[in-house]
Design a binder for this molecule. Structure first.
Ligand code: BGC
Length: 455
């Protein structure tokens, strides 16, 4: 049995577009994801987030369920187009009212709200005005942050500005596999830069309203490592790390931008300004989101190849991602050593498996329990090694719309039967509740006896 330090923060996380549904209710504006999902073939089985988990209407029951499991902290995101259907101008009263009621319901249940301002659902009208590659977005985002802080800052004391700027810029503006589906390297790096600027501006806006708030940003954190120690490989590892982690971490934690990336990008590099870097350099805590780590290898044509499918010896989740728990501790420790963040919160970690709802209403998700325990153990190891980790949020509270993969991958601790919208707590959900009660974990808690029921 391992025990975490007193006051360790335990929570679960979700995001607006993945759970709320009600995509055009009460005056909500269109988001880039509403639009993207309508493109044939963009999402597996052409699924959309139009209904999702219908959290918009069902949130009181979902919060009661969270309470019944004893989950003390809940991380959710606000849908920007619910608040500013026209992108800028006057906020929408009904949109604000929804989050006002939701936060009140959380408080009444004794659950601490952790609010993310941007989890990928940009108002489509702002994409029409240039989206993240347009520098003005930093100021639109600042005004949105200010509006939310004014409305909820009396109750919400934990704020996250942007969720995973890496995914937004690379998937949204470079490979085009995510909304808004743009394929342009230059725009991707501009977007990445403006995301950081928006973070810094929003940080100040939040603090101007709620000086006692704690604010941070969450990053997709991948620990890159080479199997081959050849110097050329190591050079590529350093580059992959700078391009995927450094351009988001250096501005926030050091007020610098990785030189190696500027050199490599040439004409596609953003115009990095000293005053911008100073504005970006803000954090009270850093959110680390970890799913798996990455191997860097050299391809035949001499280019770097970052390919986690090269782990022949690992177990893979439903996403096709390898289960690599030790990378979490390594990342937390290395990140702490290299960047000295004030505080780290693991704001997402979880896994998708082909869950099966047994006739008795149970879900014997042994793999998820195993993943959960192994990763929480690694967080504990990192704390022991001195990383300033103060909390852990499991992704996700319930199954939800997994972006381009639709509803098939199930990440939840709670199973959602979409046709009936009924919720069933998985065995991993009960396990997590037990971990929270004990403020620690014992690997012997996994009940493996039922695993054969799946087949
Ligand atoms: C995102 C979540 C997503 C999860 C699993 C994270 O990158 O923040 O929205 O569901 O990964 O793919």
């Amino acid at each position: 049995m391992i025990n975490f330090p007193k006051n360790f923060i335990w929570g679960t996380a979700t995001a607006a577009y993945q759970i709320e549904g009600a995509w055009d209710s009460d005056g909500k504006g269109e988001s880039i994801w509403d639009r993207f999902c309508r493109q044939a073939g963009a999402i597996e089985r052409n699924e959309t987030g139009q209904v999702a988990c219908d959290f918009y209407s069902r949130f009181p029951d979902d919060i009661q369920l969270m309470k019944s499991l004893g989950i003390p902290h809940y991380r959710f995101s606000v849908s920007w187009p619910r608040i500013f259907p026209a992108g800028t101008g006057e906020p929408d009263i009904k949109g604000l009212d929804f989050y006002d009621r939701m936060v009140d319901t959380l408080m009444a249940a004794g659950i601490t709200p952790w609010l993310t301002l941007y989890h990928w659902d940009l108002p489509a009208v702002l994409e029409d005005r240039g989206g993240w590659p347009n520098r003005e977005i930093g100021f639109w985002f600042r005004d949105y942050a200010y509006t939310m802080a004014k409305k909820l800052g009396d109750r919400v004391k934990h704020w996250m500005t942007i969720n995973e700027p890496w995914v937004i810029s690379t998937h949204g503006y470079w490979s085009g596999e995510h909304a808004p589906g743009v394929r342009c390297r230059k725009k991707a790096f501009l977007a990445a830069y403006h995301l950081m600027l928006a973070h810094g501006l929003a940080f100040d806006a939040i603090k101007s309203v709620v000086p006692t708030a704690k604010a941070g940003i969450t990053n997709a954190s991948q620990y890159y490592f080479c199997l081959n120690r050849h110097p050329a490989f190591e050079e590529w590892r350093r580059y992959a790390d700078a391009e995927n982690n450094g351009i988001f971490l250096e501005p926030v934690l050091k007020g610098t931008y990785p030189e190696i990336v500027l050199r490599h990008l040439g004409a596609d590099a953003p115009d990095v300004r000293e005053d911008d870097l100073q504005q970006m350099c803000r954090h009270d805590f850093m959110g680390v989101q970890y799913y798996f780590d990455n191997i860097v290898e050299m391809s035949d044509n001499g280019k770097a190849l970052v390919n986690h499918h090269r782990y022949p010896f690992f177990h893979y989740t439903e996403m096709g991602w390898p289960v690599t728990p030790s990378g979490l501790c390594e990342y937390l420790v290395t990140f702490s050593r290299e960047y000295s963040p004030r505080e780290i919160v693991v704001t997402e970690n979880g896994s998708a498996w082909a869950d099966f709802l047994a006739p008795n209403g149970k879900i014997y998700d042994v793999e998820r329990q195993d993943y959960l325990i192994k990763h929480v153990q690694q967080v504990f190891e990192a704390v022991k090694k001195g990383a300033p980790v103060s909390g852990y949020f499991a992704w996700s509270f319930m199954d939800n719309f997994e972006w381009t993969r639709g509803y098939r991958p199930r990440f939840g601790l709670v199973y959602v039967d979409y046709p009936s919208q009924k919720r069933y707590v998985k065995e991993s959900g009960h396990l997590y509740a037990k971990m929270i009660r004990h403020n620690g974990v014992d690997p012997a808690w996994i009940d493996r006896s039922q695993s054969e029921r799946k087949s």
